[in-house]
Design a protein around this ligand. Structure first.
Ligand code: HMG
Length: 388
């Protein structure tokens, strides 16, 4: 029986900073951002948005037409946790009106954990094919102002329904894993911004890709030439080019540069204008591929490389299902991106310095989101989420 991704939808907030503006403020050539790291814009959350509201907003277009009683598990992947104890998924569960007979849990391992969620979801569905699993992945990427990571910030969320006989992508059972205890990127509990050894992190990413691939070919009958397209974790879109060149070299690929680029370029469109969304990033890259590739992808094999700093990585594969294009949310995604509001440098700084109240008093947040759910305020150390 086939299991995999039945439906997928993403959300990103309605504010963005064009990296031209950042380049001007920092006196850096814009080509470094646009070409060197391959990023044009970064999404910024309003003060009434967080991982919960973004994830619920990503899921809403799916939930609106889904029999929610079939969703027996909600897995919430994030590294921007809002509580050390309570799962962000429980808030999303209420906002989305899911059944009380639903398992809810949060998963963490940097940018990797949405892939753990997908694999766990596939295993649950294989055991009970009548159930569906809702996977939410939601993150806000923040680095210190003035650090090399600043241009690679961003935010977004993705919602995926995993089911039997999926309508979009069947996920194959064979995977390749690689894990190693390294300090390339981390965020201690007392910090709201990540710490990162940037250049080292890109080296660890590429090393992990090689190791996960080697482990994959050990268990799978698939070879590099069986794949028509690839989706990589995208901390910045140029990373896909570095990764794909690396993997092609390892496999002695004879493809020329143009043909090699065609294997990943359509997966980059959305991430280039959203920025890093950590756990959501590789799945937003899948949406970008499915919605922007001019060729019919039916029956095509996609190779996925999921990487989470620290580090855990996985290479896995999927097959695009016949008729997939009828079940995409292309128009909604493109409208959301087109209608975003560009902010100037001062507004970017104001959004960056979001209020973080720790006094337990009542505070309300200005309504800024254009989404269906918002964080209205905090009171008595409790977060108050509402539908708009
Ligand atoms: P940097 O020091 O700002 O940039 O750091 P650079 O000097 O290395 O330049 C970047 C590229 O731009 C280079 O190209 C330059 O040549 C080029 P490359 O050598 O790489 O081919 N360049 C130009 N190109 C055109 N015109 C110009 C120009 N000037 C320079 N005028 C770095 C870059 C990525 C390190 C930094 O942005 C950073 O620290 N980012 C955050 C960390 C990160 O994204 N790491 C990626 C791997 S780890 C990962 O993916 C996990 C993560 O998502 C977290 C998680 O798992 O939770 C981060």
């Amino acid at each position: 029986m086939s299991v995999g991704i039945d439906e997928i939808s993403f959300y990103t907030p309605n504010y963005y900073l064009d990296l031209r503006t950042l380049a001007k403020a920092k006196n850096i050539e814009v080509e470094k951002y646009y070409n060197g790291i391959g990023q044009e814009k970064m999404s910024m959350p309003g003060h009434d948005e967080d991982i919960v509201t973004m994830a619920a907003n990503a899921a809403k277009p799916i939930i609106d037409h889904t029999d929610t009683s079939s969703i027996r598990t909600l897995l919430f992947a994030t590294e921007t946790g809002v509580d050390q104890s309570k799962s962000a998924g429980v808030y999303a569960h209420r906002l989305l009106g899911l059944s009380p007979n639903c398992r809810v849990v949060e998963l963490k391992q940097a940018c990797y954990s949405a892939t753990a969620a997908i694999q766990m979801a596939c295993a649950l569905v294989a055991r009970q094919p009548e159930q569906k699993v809702l996977v939410l992945a939601s993150d806000i990427a923040r680095y210190d102002l003035g650090s090399p990571g600043e241009a690679t910030q961003g935010c977004g969320a993705v919602a995926m329904v995993v089911s039997a006989k999926p309508r979009l992508v069947e996920i194959d059972p064979d995977v390749g894993n690689f894990a190693e205890d390294v300090m390339d990127f981390w965020r201690p509990n007392y910090r709201s911004n990540a710490l990162v050894d940037g250049k080292y992190s890109t080296k660890v990413y590429l090393h992990s890709l090689k190791k996960a691939w080697e482990n994959f070919v050990h268990s799978s009958s698939l070879a590099f030439t069986n794949f028509s397209h690839f989706c990589y974790h995208l901390p910045f879109s140029r990373m896909a080019e570095k990764a794909h060149r690396h993997l092609s070299r390892i496999n002695n690929s004879t493809l020329n540069l143009e043909a090699m680029t065609r294997q990943f370029e359509d997966s980059l469109h959305y991430n280039r204008v959203i920025g890093n969304s950590y756990t959501a990033s590789i799945y937003i890259s899948l949406v970008s591929l499915l919605e922007n590739c001019k060729h019919d992808l039916e029956g095509k094999k996609i190779g996925f490389f999921s990487y989470g700093s620290g580090c855990v990585s996985e290479f896995f594969s999927g097959t695009v299902v016949s008729g997939y294009d009828k079940f995409l949310h292309t128009l909604g995604h493109q409208k959301m991106l087109a209608e975003r509001e560009e902010v100037d440098y001062e507004t970017y700084l104001a959004l960056y310095h979001y209020p973080e109240y720790t006094d337990g008093e009542a505070h309300s947040f200005e309504a800024m989101t254009k989404g269906h759910f918002r964080l209205a305020g905090v009171n008595g150390h409790k977060r108050e989420y509402v539908s708009c």
